[in-house]
Ligand binder design. Structure first.
Ligand code: GDP
Ligand code: MG
Length: 175
């Protein structure tokens, strides 16, 4: 069955952040409610979609995933083109992935539209006993930079739906 004709908006969202923080699994959780513990680096697929209803409008979220370019800091401006929202993901158990968030914000400011809505995501919140980034540090950084912030687990699904829907609602509010 084809619902394409009923779609009111298509929102492009880009997911960025260091390698292995869980970007692909967050997408997979949100778009298919699936998770894979042995996921290898992303191959092929450029984006995944999920259609949701926001304030009575049918919104197709087109969520773009980096395909290993994060290792070489080679995400091109084409990747950011037309993006209305972004998720910058770090791993709460790996301090360097949080320290690099500022660089990802700079990347966005350089390549994406000024009005892009940005959400900071501290992923792998299920691994509390290995935590290397406090919630307070992340909240402070997010407030400073004007970013929304959520701690999520792609594994358990905790906060994943909430974070994506909040981002899509915010985009709807600014378009
Ligand atoms: P990407 O390189 O940022 O796309 O990272 P992936 O989505 O490929 O995930 C990297 C690894 O972390 C994989 O082994 C995933 O199974 C694992 N992973 C992703 N999200 C979570 C999570 O929320 N909790 C745990 N414990 N592992 C995760
Ligand atoms: Mg990936």
């Amino acid at each position: 069955e084809n619902h394409e004709d009923k779609i009111d908006y298509v929102f492009k969202v880009v997911v960025i952040g260091d390698s292995a923080v869980g970007k692909t699994q967050l997408l997979s959780r949100f778009t298919k409610n699936e998770f894979c513990l042995d996921s290898k680096s992303t191959i092929g697929v450029e984006f995944q979609t999920r259609t949701v209803t926001i304030k009575g409008k049918v919104v197709k979220a087109q969520i773009w995933d980096t395909a290993g370019q994060e290792r070489y800091r080679a995400v091109t401006s084409a990747y950011y083109r037309g993006a209305l929202g972004a998720m910058i993901v770090y791993d709460i158990t790996k301090r360097p992935t949080f320290d690099h968030v500022a660089r990802w914000v700079e990347e966005l400011r350089a390549h994406a539209d000024n009005s892009i809505v940005i959400t900071l995501i501290g992923n792998k919140a299920d691994l509390m006993d290995q935590r290397a980034v406090s919630t307070e540090d992340a909240v402070e950084f997010a407030e400073d930079q004007g970013l929304f912030f959520f701690e999520t687990s792609a594994l358990s699904g905790e906060n994943v739906e909430k974070a994506f829907l909040r981002l899509l609602e915010e985009i709807y509010g600014v378009i």
